[in-house]
Write a protein that binds this ligand. Structure first.
Ligand SMILES: Nc1ncnc2c1ncn2[C@@H]1O[C@H](COP(=O)(O)OP(=O)(O)O)[C@@H](O)[C@H]1O
Ligand SMILES: [Mg+2]
Length: 159
């Protein structure tokens, strides 16, 4: 059975893609070149991504579509720096994320990417506001005394 993974560009909200500073200077916000991802397990090696090429521009709203097990989560993980491809290149906003060290990629992810997980990944031992403030603590993005007010502003937007 063939595992097919497709991306659909649903609509383009920002035609000014040329403003994006990309690694290759060609205006793409996301570039994936020949990304292969293999997983090794006791049952053997499994290739989840078999050479993905993908260009996304700023403002595009894109859905990745494929049946269960076709590699959607694996692709999202390598686009967001949660995982890295076995071989191939991933550039996001000019950052060569497939080549960064673990420390660099953690810093890049914390400052650059927002991921809404299916199961949210909130920490149950923290309050709502503490959960919102946690990434600011990790990334040192706002002065400590401003973080609570910033978190309240963000939560207000959801109310
Ligand atoms: N950490 C892993 N170890 C081994 N196999 C994995 C791992 N993650 C995903 N896979 C396998 O890679 C394939 C693609 O998985 P996934 O990206 O989760 O698919 P989807 O999100 O499209 O359902 C599946 O066959 C899955 O079992
Ligand atoms: Mg999935």
């Amino acid at each position: 059975m063939k595992n097919k993974l497709e991306t659909f560009k649903l609509h383009d909200t920002a035609p000014q893609a040329a403003q994006v500073q990309s690694f290759n200077g060609n205006g793409h916000l996301v570039e994936v070149r020949q990304a292969i991802k293999t997983f090794d397990s006791p049952a053997g090696r499994f290739t989840a991504l078999k050479g993905i090429d993908l260009d996304l521009n700023q403002g595009e709203f894109v859905a990745i579509v494929g049946k269960s097990g076709s590699g959607k989560s694996t692709l999202l993980n390598i686009l967001t720096g949660i995982d890295r491809p076995t071989t191939g290149e991933v550039l996001v906003g000019g950052a060569p994320i497939s080549r960064l060290t673990e420390d660099q990629i953690a810093r890049w992810r914390g400052r650059t990417v927002g991921v809404v997980f299916q199961f949210f990944q909130l920490l149950p031992t923290l309050t709502v506001i503490e959960n919102v403030m946690l990434p600011m603590d990790f990334c040192n993005t706002f002065p400590g005394r401003e973080r609570q007010a910033r978190a309240m502003q963000l939560l207000d937007k959801l109310a």
